[in-house]
Design a protein around this ligand. Structure first.
Ligand SMILES: *Cc1c(COP(=O)(O)O)cnc(C)c1O
Length: 458
């Protein structure tokens, strides 16, 4: 816009933490008051500061506060906000054409994204990719494909799962409030198995993988009936459920159980996918090869794009017209996704995710040694969390403490998010473009916030 004086984002943005008002500041509070009269109350905000610019490792608000970003818009701006290759490719596409509908007139950038995902996804054999608009839509389409390809109705999911907010995907999601309460009746033919959650496994972490896999086997064979089951849907690291890394060996067993019964394995990598965990897809950490894999959050650098990549014979089981949508695979979003892949390759971001993970795990393990309210430290790559518990060694979840630490971090200029079935998990998802200095500074702020709030907790 001519005369537009709003700040420019991207990596050129000054990489500093700066808090100049209370949080939220007066300008954000003014907008928040507007929001209450315009937007339904069901749309919440983790940190209601209104953003003016973001990039590198910071988010700058309307009051001039600059926050260290440990959220990436929920694992979306993995390559950084307004990353150069994303912004340039998307802007160039905006000038060429904004939409034709791929179902009306196709364009090559859609195919370029599919070619990339087919090459990168750890799905065996020949592959096909479908593009959609969101994570929920990706999961929903993966289930549609699995049902069409197997001719079976049932879907099995896990405790603590999050798969989206549409009717089918909220049914797949475990947590009642806020995701499901009041929204029933739910979709039929959804069954739930225990997740191999090492920290909270009743007989101890050493039995976790085996007993959880046995429970899945029992559910399939004795309750669902294996030949009624189209698919098992699993997040290789659970996201909203609290960054639960399944006990080692669990995912390979799940894959084996599925294979032996002709049940398809759908890996929901909407949060874990696209370099976030130090692999392009988190399944690779354990060499698991799902039949279908979903991606969305980190895929297009903030533009809405989701994908299902699957074995060709499964994906091709749906006749023409059965898949797709008006906006699906929008050309601007496709160019943005190609920009994301370019940023990952040019900057070695898969490796960078591992480095960030090592730094975070080191510092957070020290913090948990000093403060028993941190019951567990877990995650992979740039997807790390701490689980907060009461300070008596009982593992009783401490959601209020988690909330207080998050608010203290926000007031000090560190953007963190909560998660978990008990809302007692603090999760850290920095953009991979964050500097070491900001990463260290953010971890120090977190450490101080934990120390202060833990002192109140005892
Ligand atoms: C966020 C998320 C979804 C839903 O994605 P939306 O784009 O919000 O619909 C699905 N699965 C997982 C694992 C997620 O983290």
């Amino acid at each position: 816009m001519p005369g537009d004086s709003r700040p420019v984002g991207g990596p050129g943005l000054k990489q500093v933490r700066r808090i100049v008002t209370e949080i939220p500041g007066p300008r954000s509070r003014e907008q928040l008051a507007r929001q209450r009269g315009l937007v339904p109350a069901g749309v919440g905000a983790a940190l209601p500061v209104f953003v003016e610019a973001a990039g590198g490792g910071v988010v700058v608000d309307a009051d001039g506060n600059s926050f260290i970003d440990f959220g990436s818009g929920i694992a979306v701006t993995t390559v950084g906000n307004s990353a150069p290759a994303v912004a340039e490719r998307a802007a160039a596409q905006l000038r060429r054409f904004t939409h034709t509908c791929f179902l009306v007139n196709p364009y090559a950038s859609y195919l370029d994204v599919c070619e990339k995902l087919n090459a990168l996804a750890p799905v065996p054999g020949e592959k096909r990719t479908l593009l959609v608009n969101s994570g929920a839509e990706a999961v929903e389409n993966a289930v549609k494909v699995a049902r069409a390809a197997t001719g079976r109705p049932a879907v099995v999911v896990f405790d603590h799962a999050f798969h989206g907010r549409t009717l089918l995907t909220m049914t797949l999601t475990a947590k009642n409030r806020p995701y499901k309460h009041g929204f029933g009746p739910f979709a039929p033919e959804v069954h739930r198995a225990p997740m191999a959650y090492p920290y909270r496994w009743p007989t101890g972490p050493e039995h976790c993988a085996e007993e959880a896999a046995d429970a899945l086997e029992d559910l399939l064979d004795r309750q669902v009936g294996a030949d009624n089951a189209a698919a098992v849907v699993v997040e290789p690291i659970q996201g909203e459920g609290g960054f639960i890394v399944p006990a080692p060996g669990f995912l390979p067993r799940v894959a084996e159980i599925c294979r032996a019964r002709g049940i398809l394995l759908i890996a929901d990598e909407v949060q874990t996918g696209i370099a976030r965990t130090g692999r392009m897809f988190a399944c690779e950490h354990e060499g698991v090869q799902p039949d279908l894999i979903t991606a969305a959050k980190g895929l297009a650098g903030g533009l809405p794009l989701g994908a299902v990549t699957g074995r060709a014979e499964l994906m091709d089981a749906v006749p023409a017209g059965g898949l797709g949508g008006t906006f699906s695979g929008n050309p601007v979003a496709c160019e943005a996704a190609l920009g994301v892949f370019a940023e990952i390759e040019a900057n070695d971001l898969v490796e960078r995710a591992l480095e960030i993970g090592d730094t975070m795990l080191d510092r957070l393990t020290d913090l948990s040694d000093a403060h028993p309210v941190i019951g567990d430290v877990r995650g992979r790559g740039a997807m790390i969390a701490v689980e907060l518990v009461e300070p008596f060694g009982t593992r009783v979840p401490a959601p209020d403490l988690a909330g207080r630490i998050a608010r203290r971090c926000h007031a000090e200029g560190l953007l963190v998010l909560t998660a978990g079935s008990h809302s007692n998990v603090l999760r850290f998802l920095p953009p991979l473009s964050i500097s070491d200095a900001l990463l260290e500074e953010g971890l120090s702020i977190l450490g101080e916030a934990v120390a202060k709030e833990a002192a109140f907790a005892v």
